[in-house]
Write a new protein. Structure first.
Length: 238
């Protein structure tokens, strides 16, 4: 019978899988501590089952191989525990598979694609909107609680619930009238950048201009896709 303290190693490996595997790490970051422990135990059970299945298959094909390996491993100064080396083997194999799968994913997919998978599965509406802006180059409009409005693009897919801040590259910005809620444009970032480039003259390569704004997600009152044609139709002069 397998002792319960033998479960400790698979649980540690299960936690390693959840925080290091590109399949799981971005989803794990949004989980509570109790949920992470539960998920780690679930992965640990799968690891043990995987090891027992592999041992059963090998032992059925090569009946003398498993006893020979166990007999050889008796030279290791560890108290004899049934299924100890089966668990160690399955844990070691799982860790190797994590590194191999991460390498394959990084080679086949772009760096932020695993983050996009996590947003699709567990992201909120704001995170999905920013992801859409990154992938489809759509313009989004963000209105803050202080009536400040930013219109622009997102270049970074936010990791679900890792941080409370989002990055936006504005094209224009303004504010909403407190009474009518009509949008008033006050800053044209394209014109600001153009004027800045003209002022620095020939020294363009040595100067970088970053107009990104960091927005606290709790301060967002509303957000959505921005269409200039629609904006103009709703804001025709009387």
């Amino acid at each position: 019978m397998m002792p319960y303290n033998l479960l400790l190693l698979p649980v540690i490996v299960g936690y390693f899988v959840l925080i290091h595997s590109l399949f799981f790490k971005y989803n794990t970051q949004r989980l509570t501590q109790n949920r992470i422990i539960f998920e780690s135990v679930s992965v640990a059970i799968l690891i043990i089952v995987f090891g027992i299945i592999i041992r059963t298959i090998v032992q059925s094909i090569f009946p003398k191989l498993v006893p020979a390996i166990i007999n050889f491993l008796k030279i290791v100064p560890i108290n004899k525990v049934e299924y100890l080396w089966t668990v160690v083997f399955s844990c070691f194999t799982t860790v190797i598979l994590v590194f191999i799968s991460n390498y394959c994913i990084s080679k086949k997919f772009k760096k932020d694609e695993p983050i996009g998978w996590a947003v699709d599965e567990n992201g909120d509406e704001i995170e999905k909107l920013f992801k859409k802006s990154v992938e489809e180059a759509v313009t989004i409009q963000v209105t803050l609680k202080n009536d400040k409005v930013y219109i622009g693009f997102s270049e970074i897919i936010p990791i679900p619930h890792k941080t409370n801040y989002l990055t936006l590259t504005p094209i224009i910005s303004g504010y909403r009238d407190k009474e009518t809620k009509q949008l008033h444009i006050t800053t044209d970032y394209f014109k600001v950048v153009q004027d800045f480039i003209e002022q620095i003259g020939d020294d363009k390569e040595s100067v970088s201009l970053n107009t990104d704004v960091i927005i606290k997600q709790d301060e967002i009152l509303s957000a959505g896709i921005y269409e200039q044609d629609i904006f103009e139709k709703f804001n025709k002069p009387s």
